[in-house]
Design a protein around this ligand. Structure first.
Ligand SMILES: NC(=O)c1ccc[n+]([C@@H]2O[C@H](COP(=O)([O-])OP(=O)(O)OC[C@H]3O[C@@H](n4cnc5c(N)ncnc54)[C@H](O)[C@@H]3O)[C@@H](O)[C@H]2O)c1
Ligand SMILES: O=C(O)C(=O)C[C@]1(C(=O)O)C=C[C@@H](O)C=C1
Length: 307
C-alpha cells in the first residue's frame, strides 16, 4: 500500500490512537506520524513502542503542517482540543475524530475549525476494555466497521481520502448521519455497556457472594459483563453525558421489556418467556447467517493486546 497522508497528527495517545498508528505503519499509509499527549510518560511510551515518529508537548505543535489530524481523546475533551488547535491547522488539512458519540462532538468541534480545513468525523466500531498507549495493536480494526459522519460542507474528496485510510487500516467503511449514528450506537454499544456496569455493580453489592463465589464460579455470560464493565470510566462517563437523549430513549424501552419479563417470571407465564427467547435467538442467528459476526472475539481478552 502507499502513503495516503504525508503527515498525520494524533491527539491523545491511548488505545485507539496507538492502534490506528500501528495499523498505519503496518500498511505504510502515513509519511510521518506525530503524536501528542498531556503526560510525558505517555509521549515517551509512544516513542518507545514506536507507533509515533515524533511527539510534541502540545496539541498546537503537533498539528503544524499535518495533512490529517485525528482527535483521539474522550468525547468530553474534543471541544477544548479543537479550540486549541483551530488557529494552527494547515489550510486544506482534514480534521477527524474517533469519538463514540457524533452529534455532540460535531457541535463541540466544528465552531473552532477554520473554513479552509475539511471536517470529517468518524467512529471505528472496535475497542477493548483496556486503555492507554500500551493497549494498542495493529489488528484492532481488521474486518470491523468504521462509520464516517460527514457534516454539511465536508468535501467528497476529503471523505474519500479518509475512507481510503480506514480501508487501508483494515476496516469496512460506511457513512451515516450523526443523529442516526447516536441512536444506533445507543442500542448496540452504549446501553449494553450501562447494563454491564449495572450487573457488575449488583454483584458487587452482594459482597457476601463477590468475596468468593461470583469470582470463582463466574460463568461465561457474567465474565463478558465484567470485561465490558472494566472499560475506561472517563470515556464512558462522557458517552452518557453527551448521548443523553438516545440512551434515555433506549433505556426506557429496555426497562419496559424488563418489567414485562419480570412479570412473566412472577406469574409463571412460560409462553411469554419462551416466545421472547425464541425471538432473540433468531436475531443472533440472523447476524451469523448474514456474515455480520466479524468481531474478532479474542481481541480484548488478552489475545491481541500488548498487555
Ligand atoms: N475504547 C474503545 O473501545 C473505543 C472504541 C471506539 C472509539 N473510542 C473513542 O475513542 C476515543 C479515545 O478512546 P481510547 O479508548 O483510545 O481512550 P484512552 O483512555 O486509551 O486514550 C485517551 C487519550 O486521551 C487523553 N486525554 C484524556 N483527557 C484529555 C484531555 N482533557 N485533553 C487531552 N487529552 C486527554 C488521555 O491521556 C489518553 O492519552 C474516545 O473518544 C472514545 O469514545 C473508544
Ligand atoms: O469490545 C469492546 O470492548 C467495546 O466495547 C468496543 C465498543 C463496542 O461497544 O463495541 C465500545 C465503544 C466504541 O465506541 C466502539 C466499540
Amino acid at each position: 500500500m502507499s502513503v495516503i497522508y504525508d503527515r498525520v497528527a494524533l491527539i491523545g495517545l491511548g488505545l485507539i490512537a496507538s492502534s490506528m498508528a500501528l495499523a498505519m505503519k503496518r500498511g505504510g499509509l502515513a509519511g510521518e506520524i506525530v503524536g501528542t499527549a498531556r503526560s510525558k510518560e505517555t509521549r515517551n511510551a509512544a516513542l518507545e513502542i514506536g507507533f509515533c515518529d515524533r511527539v510534541t508537548e502540545t496539541a498546537r505543535e503537533a498539528v503544524k503542517g499535518a495533512d490529517l489530524v485525528v482527535l483521539c481523546v474522550p468525547v468530553g475533551a474534543m471541544g477544548v482540543v479543537a479550540k486549541e488547535i483551530g488557529p494552527h491547522l494547515k489550510a486544506g488539512a482534514t480534521v477527524s475524530d474517533v469519538g463514540s458519540v457524533k452529534a455532540a462532538v460535531i457541535e463541540a468541534v466544528a465552531p473552532h475549525l477554520p473554513d479552509d480545513v475539511h471536517f470529517v468525523p468518524g467512529h471505528p466500531l472496535a475497542g477493548t476494555e483496556h486503555s492507554g498507549p500500551h493497549s494498542g495493536f495493529a489488528e484492532l480494526f481488521d474486518n470491523r466497521w468504521c462509520l464516517l459522519v460527514p457534516v454539511p460542507g465536508s468535501k467528497p474528496d476529503a471523505v474519500a481520502k479518509l475512507r481510503a485510510l480506514w480501508e487501508g487500516i483494515g476496516a469496512h467503511v460506511d457513512e451515516m448521519d450523526p443523529e442516526h449514528h447516536d441512536l444506533v450506537l445507543a442500542v448496540t454499544s452504549h446501553t449494553p455497556h450501562l447494563i454491564a456496569y449495572t450487573m457488575v455493580g449488583v454483584a458487587d453489592d452482594l459482597r457476601r457472594v463477590t468475596d468468593g463465589e461470583v469470582i470463582k464460579y463466574s460463568a461465561a455470560g457474567f465474565r463478558d459483563f465484567t470485561r465490558i464493565a472494566a472499560s475506561d470510566p472517563t470515556m464512558w462517563r462522557d458517552v452518557f453525558l453527551t448521548n443523553k437523549d438516545a440512551t434515555l430513549e433506549i433505556l426506557g424501552r429496555f426497562t419496559e421489556e424488563l418489567f414485562a419479563l419480570q412479570r412473566a417470571i412472577r406469574t409463571g407465564d412460560g409462553d411469554h418467556l419462551h416466545d421472547y427467547f425464541t425471538r432473540t435467538r433468531a436475531i443472533r442467528r440472523g447476524i451469523i447467517e448474514a456474515g455480520q459476526d466479524t468481531a474478532a472475539p479474542d481481541f480484548g481478552r488478552g489475545g491481541g493486546t500488548r498487555k
